[in-house]
Design a protein around this ligand. Structure first.
Ligand code: GLA
Length: 378
């Protein structure tokens, strides 16, 4: 009997120390996820950090296929929308978890002029260009290399966008470090170069739902955006060029506010976009200076996500085009507003708005962007 209990105690002790060990060890696995129509193999890179959080990234679209974070009780759940397999992404992907570009968001009629030359981009949103055109970065095969940084692991995603692709001038090489740190931070470090003058505005398009249960809507999330203005738009969601103060409007997120509080108000910008789908002009913009720009909280799970970025704007999109026709991971149907995006960016239609911060990239210059999503609990 004594011997048996000694054995049991030793067994339980070993088991618990093993569990601690797995939690404190970060790691990376790579497995086949599927094949592109041309036969190219798409891999899933699974990364885990020392805190037990995980991130899956695939070659197609440099998509973050899943991201798990702990709730206030230490329970890890996936907090992003997406698919279980490559077929889902290939069939119909409203940019779930993808890198978007070359130009994230809209360019009126897909037209712009640069150095006196007129360009016509691919149009894919009525008469306008959206998120890089019919086959933007989200539909490209990205080369992924595993990388290690002092406090985390990740992949370096690279892509060469040839001159003329989707109508954009210049061969563009883009490199993005996508890192999961041991402090539960998801970090994007972008760098790009061109051999001809061009325009560039890439972003990341995760749909978050901090409850971890994707049949919940995001209307009970509390959002703060550090912005005094938005860029109001016409009915095609192209900015008019003006800045509109958020003060006294449903667009005011300077203090934490439930997303559902004003979303159905009879207010023209909300009606035009069927909810929130606007660019906020972030305060304290200074090129290459990262500051906190937004905070998202879900009081039930206790999950908090803080967004840090060096960008001048952020598109807050409340999932208004989700309509119950997509069955995502685990067979869950994604309903109207069951995920939200916080896309750091330069303002939509910047190439046609001389007063907006410039999106021009010239040979010899290096485009840079740093954006990170830091997770914690409250
Ligand atoms: C962005 C756009 C939206 C929509 C979504 C994806 O947020 O602003 O209008 O295109 O992407 O559907």
């Amino acid at each position: 009997m004594r011997l048996l209990s000694l054995f049991l105690i030793t067994f339980l002790f070993t088991l618990s120390s093993c569990q601690n060990e797995t939690k404190e060890q970060s790691g990376m696995k790579k497995e086949l996820f599927g094949k592109m129509p041309d036969g190219k193999e798409v891999y899933l890179y699974s990364i885990s950090n020392k805190a037990g959080a995980t991130m899956n990234v695939i070659n197609y679209g440099a998509i973050i296929q899943s991201l798990t974070m702990p709730d206030k009780n230490g329970k890890f759940q996936d907090i992003v929308l997406g698919y279980d397999n490559l077929e889902g992404y290939l069939r119909n992907n409203p940019y779930f978890g993808a890198i978007v570009g070359r130009f994230g968001n809209r360019i009126g009629k897909g037209q712009f002029e640069l150095d006196g030359k007129a360009y016509q981009l691919s149009v894919n949103d009525g008469p306008n260009h959206l998120h890089g055109g019919i086959a933007g970065f989200d539909k490209k095969y990205w080369n992924l290399e595993e990388i290690t940084v002092p406090n985390g692991l990740g992949v370096q995603a690279t892509y060469l966008s040839p001159d003329g692709e989707m109508g954009y001038p210049g061969n563009l090489t883009i490199k993005i470090n996508i890192i999961l740190t041991d402090q539960n931070e998801l970090r994007f470090e972008y760098e790009a170069e061109t051999d001809q003058p061009t325009i560039l505005n890439p972003t990341h398009h995760a749909y978050f739902n901090l409850t971890g249960l994707m049949d919940n809507l995001i209307l009970d999330h509390k959002l703060t955006i550090d912005a005094d203005y938005i860029t109001p738009t016409d009915s095609g969601l192209i900015p008019t060029g003006e800045l509109l103060p958020v003060e006294g409007t449903p667009m005011d997120f300077r203090q934490p506010k439930l997303i559902g509080e004003d979303i159905n108000m009879d207010y023209v910008p909300l009606k035009l976009a069927k909810g929130y789908d606007h660019n906020w002009v972030l305060n304290n913009y200074e090129k290459d200076v990262v500051r906190k720009v937004a905070t998202l909280c879900d009081s039930v799970s206790g999950r908090v996500m803080e967004v840090y970025s060096d960008q001048p704007g952020i598109q807050f999109y409340s999932g208004n085009f989700l309509n119950g026709t997509i069955k995502g991971k685990g067979g869950v149907v994604y309903k109207f507003r069951s995920g939200l995006c916080l896309e750091t960016q330069h303002f939509p239609d910047s190439p046609n708005k001389p007063d907006f911060p410039s999106v021009v990239l010239r040979p010899g210059e290096v485009y840079k962007q740093v954006t990170s999503y830091k997770f914690s609990v409250k």
